[in-house]
Design a protein around this ligand. Structure first.
Ligand SMILES: Nc1ncnc2c1ncn2[C@@H]1O[C@H](COP(=O)(O)OP(=O)(O)O)[C@@H](O)[C@H]1O
Ligand SMILES: [Mg+2]
Length: 981
């Protein structure tokens, strides 16, 4: 009987083998036998044992995906447990079921290759599409994906200066969405533990959005503990985690019997199970080895089997190779250097073999159970590649990688393909190496793959050639974007120390390096660097840069307002009138002055904003938003609205995520001031989502969070506000940082709203203390005293309360805007009571009569009405209460609406219940989407504008139709308008 083991060799090929060629093989009788058997065995696919449950799960997930509810399945387990096999099974079944299959396999060598996995997934589908289809696939929102997978990957996504991450990921998401639109799609990623960071980021971006796509994402990976991004994916609550088990003794016996054509004894089977622990890869390799040694499966040999050390099983491939022809050994080593998927042509060149000989050698390796059958060349298992690779001397490997880089360069390969090998070479001093790495790093940065850029640049710096300053500059950007705390280690010099020693050189990197140092807790170095660089910039005449760096240091150091303004004044004295530097200075100055309550701040803010121009001039800077803030404080709501739209438009055009996030948040804040609390909640929620999911600059989070809390309290949902706080870890202690003070203040309001009087009071008074300590005194920014006063009075401290509110009223009058004055008057009226109190409430209402600040207006009306009712003037109470109810209900300001409704009912007025109906019952998101649809936008346009998926838009719209009791888009506008009148 023929040697049975090679049926296994063939089995590994899983039916894709081509008949081996004869010539070389005939010269090696053993391999010739193997090859013959391998060819015979390919006809029948051997069984997949004990994986019914896993397959069932995968099929169920595929069915969900086909129904439009995408899923994520993670297959996790040690090497050899059968992940790839399971994935292959899933791919084949999906293809049979008519799904589109996008597949990729990460490889150890390509971990620094930007988007290696994403490109494997998407490029074949794009290449297969004709020009027209490709344009469609990469159209509109998917366009930025072209920077990664398009025919012209040199295109830069979005803003040059800005981190392109969001634009790129969003574009790739839309590409996947477009690809799966017509056909449900399986996205299969194997060997996720080697996935490059950029691709991993995309998979993490995709995962929470799968729900709306007909996409099944399956990721197979070794246990992910040491890669944070991968671990997050695997532990995603929506992910199904499959952990294939080791094979049972019975299953192992089945494999042994198959290998020895049933001739194996029970003891022999037990020995194989004992040694391999039921790991399928080890079982197959061990059997291959035993057969190559001429084993028979008899009981007497069982003891010999038990002597095998499991860890050496993968290395047994080296023994098999030792018997293979020299050409096969050369080829396999070349392939280990090139990595899986190499072209025969390239492997032959690296092995210095003629093409024919290389092809024959490849066939011999297939027959020996080392490579998969077919092209391109792949190892049967990554462990086999590792065994071969590790068996070569380090210096030899480095030299081969250098030669591989040379071959690829000669072919005109992309820089990152060459860089794969360059990073594995020993440093020399080659200009060409540095140049290739620099280009690869530039492209990696442009393509939102900063981790790759870090790796390339570190290696380039070690080469000791090229423009070191430029490389270092790029490394700072890359290290910051990659949030890599070790970015500057192992480059042969201390970058921070050098920059500190060379202020002129540091001006170009100080801003980014400063963020990095402060973020890493190296405050003193950060401050020194920014200070020195600012001085150097000033000396060289770049005054604007000097000012920006100084402003950054002041903000990072959280200086008191007075001290900050004093330091900035020196810069303000030197700006050129009409310059962008002047606008920047004015914006910063206006913000600081407004917090101090100086009424002149509004005009200064206007000059700084210049209608929005400053947003174009200072992309990514927080300063313009400070000036915008001033307009809101001053109740200049229409003007603020125009500037916000301008800024948002500009940010969208540049695809600048942080600009989109802040613009959306400000629009929400503005909506709230105008009394549209539902709209405010929608905007603030999407801004918070942009930060959380897309990881926009987290420094924007406190502001967005504070405003969202405010909106939730006004929506009558203070408990939801508390939940938001707990979710970000601010449910207990809030550290005394200026940018967290708004959060503390809003938490206090939320706590009062749920009846936690003492806790709420404590928060509000503490927020006030911190505000005062920072020289902030404008109640338009934070009316803590009036918010705390009623609770203070309820605790028997009426005098304190009145005193605090009187002081706030003074401060508000000094600032001059109607809203804070009316607010203080209102609270003071409530505390005062009696006719004097009523008079103040009337005054508050009158102040707001023509104001766009409708929420405040509704509140004042409600309090006036309630006070009148308490004074037994029921008839007089109704008019203000009706107006309050009307204003509040239309904006979804339910906290005020409920109070007005209760009070009105108490006057004896007969009312329909407040329970929402019609347009009022739409959730904020439903309403925003319905409004866009009514304005003529398509679902796709809406999805792209709001960064939602089409499916989500459809769901919201159909809910809106149901609530509005309409059936077509044409009816939307009248239905929405009808409820407003
Ligand atoms: N359930 C199984 N029954 C039989 N053979 C299996 C099973 N799972 C895997 N194998 C085989 O074991 C070997 C290793 O499996 P593979 O899927 O490559 O492991 P992994 O990807 O987890 O490292 C392959 O030859 C494969 O065909
Ligand atoms: Mg595998």
């Amino acid at each position: 009987m023929a040697n049975p083991v090679m049926t296994l060799g063939g089995h590994r090929g899983l039916g894709r083998a081509r008949p081996p060629r004869g010539t070389t093989l005939n010269s090696n009788p053993e391999l010739a036998v193997h090859a013959r058997l391998a060819a015979m065995a390919t006809a029948a696919r051997p069984a997949l044992l004990e994986r019914e449950r896993e397959l069932g799960e995968l099929l169920a997930a595929a069915r969900d995906a086909e129904r439009g509810r995408g899923r994520l399945v993670v297959i996790e387990g040690p090497a050899g447990i059968g992940k790839t096999r399971l994935l292959r099974e899933a791919r084949e079944r999906a293809a049979r079921a008519g799904m589109r299959v996008l597949a990729a396999r990460a490889s150890e060598l390509e971990r620094d290759f930007p988007f290696a996995v994403v490109r494997q997934l998407l490029e074949p589908a794009l290449a297969a599409a004709d020009d027209g289809a490709r344009r469609e696939l990469l159209g509109a929102a998917a366009a930025p994906a072209a920077a990664v997978v398009g025919p012209s990957p040199d295109v830069t996504a979005g803003d040059q200066a800005a981190d392109p991450s969001f634009a790129t990921l969003n574009g790739l998401y839309w590409l996947v969405s477009n690809l799966s639109e017509a056909v449900p799609t399986l996205v299969a990623v194997d060997d996720g533990h080697w996935c490059d960071q950029a691709s991993l980021r995309f998979l993490s971006f995709l995962a929470p959005r799968l729900e709306d796509l007909p996409v099944l994402l399956v990721v197979a990976t070794r246990p992910a503990a040491d890669d944070a991004a991968l671990a997050r994916l695997a532990t995603d609550p929506a992910a199904r985690l499959l952990r294939p088990r080791t094979l049972s003794a019975a299953a192992v016996a089945e494999l042994v019997h198959a290998a020895f054509a049933g001739a194996a004894s029970d003891e022999y089977c037990a020995a194989v199970e004992h040694v391999t622990g039921g790991n399928p890869f080890l079982v197959h390799e061990l059997l291959a080895q035993l057969a190559a040694e001429g084993g028979s499966g008899a009981s007497e040999e069982a003891a010999h089997v038990r002597d095998v050390v499991p860890a050496t099983i993968a290395h047994a491939v080296l023994v098999r190779l030792a018997r293979a022809p020299e050409s096969a050994r050369r080829l396999v080593r070349a392939l280990a250097v090139l990595g899986d998927g190499a072209e025969v042509r390239l492997a032959a060149a690296l092995a210095e073999l003629p093409r024919d000989a290389a092809a024959d050698a490849a066939d011999a390796l297939v027959a020996a159970g080392v490579l998969e059958p077919g092209r391109p060349l792949r190892f049967l298992h990554p462990l086999l590649r590792a065994a071969v690779y590790d068996d070569t001397p380090a210096a030899w490997r480095a030299a081969r990688h250098a030669r591989a880089a040379g071959l690829l360069r000669a072919e005109g390969a992309e820089p990152e393909r060459i860089a794969v090998h360059l990073v594995a070479t020993d440093p020399g001093d080659a200009e060409a190496v540095v140049e290739t790495l620099r280009r690869a790093a530039r492209r990696a940065l442009d393509r939102a793959a900063p981790e790759s850029a870090v790796a390339y640049l570190k290696r380039a710096l070690r080469e000791g050639r090229g423009d070191r300053d430029e490389l270092a500059r790029m490394l700072v950007t890359a290290g910051l974007r990659a949030t890599d705390p070790a970015a500057f280690e192992g480059i042969g010099f201390d970058l921070v120390a050098e920059m500190l020693a060379d202020p002129p050189a540091s001006t170009a990197v100080a801003a980014e390096l400063g963020i990095w140092l402060y973020g890493g807790g190296r405050r003193r170095e950060g401050a020194r660097l920014l200070e020195q660089a600012a001085a150097a910039a000033a000396r060289s005449g770049d005054h604007d840069l000097a000012m920006r760096l100084a402003a950054q240091r002041i903000a990072s150091d959280q200086l008191r307002l007075s001290k900050a303004r004093e330091e900035m004044a020196a810069y303000g004295a030197r700006v050129r009138p009409g310059s962008s530097g002047e606008r920047l200075f004015l914006a910063m100055e206006a913000y600081a002055a407004s917090l101090g309550g100086e009424p002149g701040a509004v005009d200064v803010a206007r000059r700084g904003l210049d209608g929005g121009r400053i947003f174009r001039e200072q992309p990514g800077s927080p300063a313009p938003y400070g000036a915008l803030w001033v307009l809101l404080f001053a109740d200049e709501l229409d003007e603020a609205g125009r500037v916000i739209e301008f800024a948002l438009h500009d940010a969208r055009e540049r695809r600048a995520l942080i600009g989109i996030t802040l613009g959306t948040a400000f629009r929400g804040r503005l909506a709230q001031a105008r009394g549209d609390v539902a709209g405010a909640e929608a905007d603030l929620r999407s801004a918070a989502e942009l930060i959380r999911v897309h990881t926009a600059d987290v420094r924007a989070l406190p502001t967005v969070l504070a405003w969202l809390l405010d909106a939730l309290v006004e929506r009558g949902e203070p408990a939801a506000a508390e939940r938001e706080l707990v979710a970000v870890g601010l449910g207990a202690e809030i550290p005394p940082a200026p940018w967290l003070n708004d959060v503390l203040f809003q938490r206090g309001r939320a706590r009062l709203a749920v009846g936690r009087l003492d806790d709420g009071l404590a928060d509000l008074l503490e927020a006030g203390r911190r505000d005062q300590a920072a020289d902030r005194s404008n109640p338009a920014a934070m009316p803590w005293a009036s918010a705390a006063a009623p609770a203070l009075a309820a605790r028997g401290r009426g005098d304190d309360a009145r005193e605090l509110v009187a002081d706030e009223l003074d401060r508000a009058r000094r600032w001059g805007a109607a809203r804070p004055i009316a607010n203080a008057l209102r609270v003071s009226g409530l505390l005062e009571g009696g006719d004097a109190g009523l008079e103040r409430l009337r005054e508050a209402v009158a102040l707001l009569e023509d104001s766009p600040a409708r929420l405040e207006h509704a509140r004042a009306l409600a309090d006036l009405g309630a006070a009148l009712r308490r004074a037994n003037r029921r008839a007089d109470a109704r008019e203000p209460l009706r107006r309050a109810l009307d204003l509040a209900r239309h904006g979804g300001a339910l906290a005020v609406a409920r109070r007005a409704h209760e009070e009105l009912a108490a006057t004896g007025e007969r009312l329909r219940p407040l329970a929402a109906a019609g347009a009022d019952s739409l959730t904020p998101s439903e309403r925003r989407i319905a409004e866009l649809a009514a304005a003529g936008q398509s679902n796709r346009e809406i999805a792209q504008a709001l960064f939602l998926t089409v499916k989500t838009v459809e769901t919201h719209l159909s809910n809106a139709y149901r609530k509005l009791d309409i059936r077509s888009r044409r009816e939307l506008a009248p239905a929405l308008a009808g409820s407003r009148s």
